[in-house]
Ligand binder design. Structure first.
Ligand code: AHR
Length: 518
């Protein structure tokens, strides 16, 4: 339901001003000549972990599989990810990373030792997917690798040797070992995560302690030749601002990026998170209200980083985000497999809009996780594959990759539910080098369409094209029997008159408007 109480939200880069007044419709004023930071394409990054069927079955089926593959990596998943221009892929974890010993995952597969994946289902990990296979995957997709180093149970020597193995072109012990294993040239590996969730599964460290551990490990993760590494420190969980403050104070000058992890749980309660499908409007509302907290978190963590790094040298890297629901009945609860619906599409659209608007500090984000785990882009079942509503949002939003943030002012209505309310719309705009402006708009209201008047001062729009992702039901999703049940379609419920674009945004929708100026 929509209330007549209107909020005026003026967003100039990351600054937010709000006031309330009475009005009927939503108004968006776009200033195409007022551009801000470049929106890093890495905001559209992904995360893959040795967890459930992300790596095994999701990517890796082995050379002998009947599923079409290139050197053991399934072709259909690679093709789908190439389509969305996946810019960067984080691996091998997650919590798994701080138990992973990279030397177990190189050399002849039959000689690789096994291990127990203690975090995720207690299954036996055969290490058939290791460094060479991950780099091959990145090369096949055309994406940049982001490698998470084991800090929790590893040593600085192990970390140093892995970086040398991957990136050194010298005739040095680790580079020679790589050559023995069939790879002559070093790989380019820019992004290194120095530990993961070291406040939790990565060692239960206090921030003061981890800050020193980070200083120690980063000393030995070196840049070899012209491979310049970008060192990412483990950042806060959600609203732990003390963690960010301590890390910036003690180690800010030694890092290039600081991470942030924030998951969206419908209930906000880890003991009973909520279902991925079959929910009612109360959970729809609660999920979107919860995910909107990302705006506050990014703003507050950035403000702390500004104190220590006013030049904004250090990037805020939201390297885990997305929805997390209760495990599906009948599946291994440690595998974190969940369906993905139109609600997830809204979550994706809202968060990506938020990251775009903070691109002066947010340099990367990695949704968790890319295949078969949590808010996945792709689900697989044997040889079958489907693209989720989240996938389709990433596909629509790829127009923002490396485009310039465009300032806008949004005067919007609210979406009210059960005596509570959140903004009805969520927007971001960017401009490509060729001058084309792309506007992505989420209508959070699941029952009512929203009227939007879009004003474009100082510019004459010659042509508008648009697409929409929506459905009649809140939990619309694709299945292996019906993989195209929900996908973007052309949107034409708009008019352009006297320089104003008037659109009717369907309830529960993500819309992309592409504006070509004269
Ligand atoms: O993405 C699943 C898990 O969530 C990751 O392994 C961990 O870093 C986080 O707690």
């Amino acid at each position: 339901m929509k209330s007549t109480l209107l909020k005026i939200t003026g967003i100039a880069a990351a600054s937010l001003a709000m006031l309330s007044l009475q009005a009927a419709d939503n108004e968006l004023v776009i200033y195409p000549e007022k551009t801000g930071e470049t929106i890093s394409k890495n905001i559209y990054g992904h995360f893959s972990e040795h967890l459930g069927h992300c790596i095994y079955e999701g990517f890796w089926v082995g050379e002998d599989s009947d599923i079409p593959n290139v050197r053991g990596i399934r072709k259909d998943v690679v093709e789908a990810l190439k389509e969305v221009d996946l810019p960067v892929l984080r691996w091998p974890g997650g919590c798994f990373a701080d138990e992973y010993h990279w030397k177990d995952g190189i050399g002849p597969k039959e000689k690789r030792p096994t291990m127990i994946n203690t975090h995720w289902g207690g299954v036996v990990e055969n290490n058939h997917f290791g460094t060479h296979e991950f780099m091959d995957l990145c090369e096949q997709i055309g994406t940049e690798p982001f490698v998470s180093i084991n800090v929790g149970s590893g040593t600085p020597q192990e970390a140093m040797e892995w970086v040398e193995y991957m990136t050194s072109g010298a005739f040095s012990p680790m580079a020679n070992l790589r050559r023995e294993n069939g790879r002559e040239d070093p790989w380019k590996v820019t992004y290194l995560g120095i530990g993961n969730e070291n406040w939790g599964c990565g060692g239960n460290m206090r921030p003061e302690y981890y800050a020193d551990v980070f200083r120690h490990f980063q000393t030995f993760t070196k840049s070899y030749g012209d491979n310049k590494v970008f060192k990412i420190a483990c950042g806060a969980s959600g609203d732990d601002y003390h963690w960010t403050d301590t890390l910036m104070k003690i180690a800010g000058d030694k890092m290039d990026g600081l991470s942030l992890h924030f998951y969206t749980l419908p209930t906000g309660d880890w003991s009973k998170k909520g279902e991925s499908t079959g929910f009612e409007e109360d959970e729809w509302f609660a999920t979107l209200k919860e995910t909107l907290k990302m705006e506050e978190m990014v703003t507050k963590h950035s403000a702390i980083m500004d104190i220590y790094d006013p030049e904004k040298r250090v990037g805020l890297m939201v390297d885990e985000w997305g929805t997390w629901y209760d495990p599906e009945p009948g599946r291994n609860p440690g595998f974190l497999y969940q369906q993905n619906t139109l609600r997830d599409a809204l979550v994706a659209g809202i968060n990506l809009n938020i990251f775009n608007s903070h691109s002066e500090r947010v340099r990367m984000a990695n949704i968790a996780q890319v295949v078969n785990v949590l808010q996945a882009m792709i689900l697989t079942d044997g040889a079958k594959i489907l693209k989720t509503p989240t996938y389709h949002v990433f596909d629509l939003y790829k127009v923002h990759h490396d485009a310039k943030f465009v300032e806008f002012q949004l005067n919007e209505t609210s979406y009210d539910f059960d005596e509570d309310s959140i903004p009805a719309l969520n927007v971001s705009c960017s401009k490509k080098e060729d001058g084309i402006v792309n506007v992505t708009i989420c209508n959070l209201d699941p029952t009512e369409a929203n009227q939007l008047t879009c004003k474009l001062p100082g510019a004459v729009v010659a042509k508008v094209t648009a697409q929409v992702l929506t459905s009649d039901v809140m939990d619309a999703h694709n299945t292996f029997d019906e993989p195209e049940a929900i996908h973007p379609v052309e949107f034409n419920d708009f008019t352009i008159e006297s320089g104003e674009l008037k659109a009717t945004l369907p309830a529960k929708s993500v819309v992309l408007l592409t504006l070509n100026y004269e």
